[in-house]
Design a protein around this ligand. Structure first.
Ligand code: SAH
Length: 377
């Protein structure tokens, strides 16, 4: 292995509330900025995403960080994952499956061992959320093939939840050699094919489209890409951090605080909260709740791996471009945006429907799964 580029979590910015107090947004809707050509991608050219956001902010005022993050990452026309999705050494950030095949192999073995522990059900679906370049699924499928004698009587299918047309194309190429059918009739999937190892694969935009059934779920660096709301404790109570146009610098964005409470401050801050700055990802809560309901009803297990904490960290929102930290407000759409996953929140949102274990360090999981021995082999 050549030394990998910096992993996404290696260079964490300060884990503290913003050092200088944020300005408060004007209470009323306003029009600001005359609107010249927007600064943006480092080459002096405006990014279409920044132009789109500036128009939106001028028309309707500041937006939540969640809305900003959703636009920047998954806007159907100009979002980072939609157009760029730069995973890998030549991209913007590297992930474990892209560093070594051993990662996916051990996860494949974990699923097989869960399947055996569950009494070898006759069928299971492997459902991966945010499969990136398809490398992880490919490594898991290779393990399934090598253990084919064990799985011979089991009906296995792969279900990928992916919003990015660009990445789903790469996944199709990696997993099926590019032989896929678009918009298959009578199916909730937008694409289907057969893996190089002969297992059917289906693609969906939303977990709700995946058919019910005994399922093993996999989410590797998926939850950290979902939009977060940010909140700051002030003397007047909790305020939501919003994104606005900087009145001092034309076509530049800045963070401001909501002038009063917002639906977010009312609904997402726990009364017993002790931190001064909090990030909440309600979309992650919704997804994990869906997984928990499905597992409760049809059986299965989920493995969630991510940069994260157990309800202790504060300001973790950061951007990556060309393997370097990148200002989250500069040239949106050209950099990956990410925030650490709050595992205590995910656990809470399963509402006791399933047993929840962890989080444990990835190192510990891989060691327990025998990574040292595998590496020697
Ligand atoms: N698991 C891969 C990729 C991680 S990057 C790896 O470890 O290498 C995040 C992935 O989630 C990308 O595939 C991205 O397109 C996808 N994604 C981001 N937001 C999504 C959403 N709301 N729904 C489905 N997929 C999403």
């Amino acid at each position: 292995l050549s030394p990998p580029p910096e992993p996404r979590g290696a260079a964490l910015p300060l884990n503290a509330a913003p050092s200088s107090p944020l300005p408060t947004a004007p209470a009323a809707r306003r029009c600001s900025g005359a609107g010249g050509e927007a600064e943006a991608d480092g080459s002096g050219r405006a990014t279409p995403m920044l132009r789109h956001l500036l128009l939106k902010l001028r028309a309707t005022g500041p937006v939540t960080v969640a809305e900003y993050m959703r636009e920047a990452l998954t806007n159907p026309g100009q979002g980072y994952y939609t157009r760029r999705g730069g995973i890998g050494e030549s991209g913007d950030f590297i992930t474990s499956p892209e560093i070594s095949q051993v990662f996916g192999e051990l996860i494949g073995i974990w699923y097989i061992s869960e399947w055996i522990a569950a009494g070898k059900p006759k069928a299971f679906q492997l459902v991966e959320l945010g499969p990136g370049r398809g490398t992880l699924a490919d490594d898991v499928l290779r393990v399934f093939k090598q253990l084919a004698s064990l799985l011979s009587k089991c009906d296995v299918s792969i279900h990928l939840v992916e919003v990015s047309p660009k990445l789903s194309e790469i996944q199709a190429l990696v997993l099926t050699g590019g032989k896929v059918q678009l918009n298959p009739k009578d199916e909730s999937a937008y694409m289907k094919g057969v893996s190089k190892t002969g297992i059917p694969i289906f693609w969906y935009r939303d977990i709700q489209d995946v058919p019910p059934g005994y399922s093993f779920y996999l989410a590797h660096e998926f939850f950290d890409a979902l939009p977060i709301h940010k909140f700051q404790r002030t003397e007047k109570g909790w305020r939501e951090v919003l994104v606005d146009i900087d009145p001092e610098v034309p076509d530049q964005l800045r963070f401001v605080l909501s002038p009063s409470s917002t639906p977010g401050t009312v609904n997402f801050i726990q009364p017993e909260e002790t931190r001064d700055h909090v990030e909440v990802c309600p979309e992650a809560g919704v997804v994990i709740q869906r997984l928990a309901c499905r597992i409760e009803k049809d059986g299965g297990a989920a493995l969630v791996a991510d940069y994260g904490h157990d309800g202790t960290k504060t300001d973790t929102f950061r951007g990556f471009r060309n393997h370097k930290l990148h200002d989250v407000l500069i040239a949106p759409g050209t950099a990956d945006l990410t925030a650490d996953v709050d595992f205590s929140y995910l656990r809470k949102m399963t509402q006791g429907r399933t047993a929840t274990l962890g989080p444990i360090k990835q190192r510990e999981f891989l060691k327990n799964m025998g990574i040292d021995l595998r590496l020697q082999v």
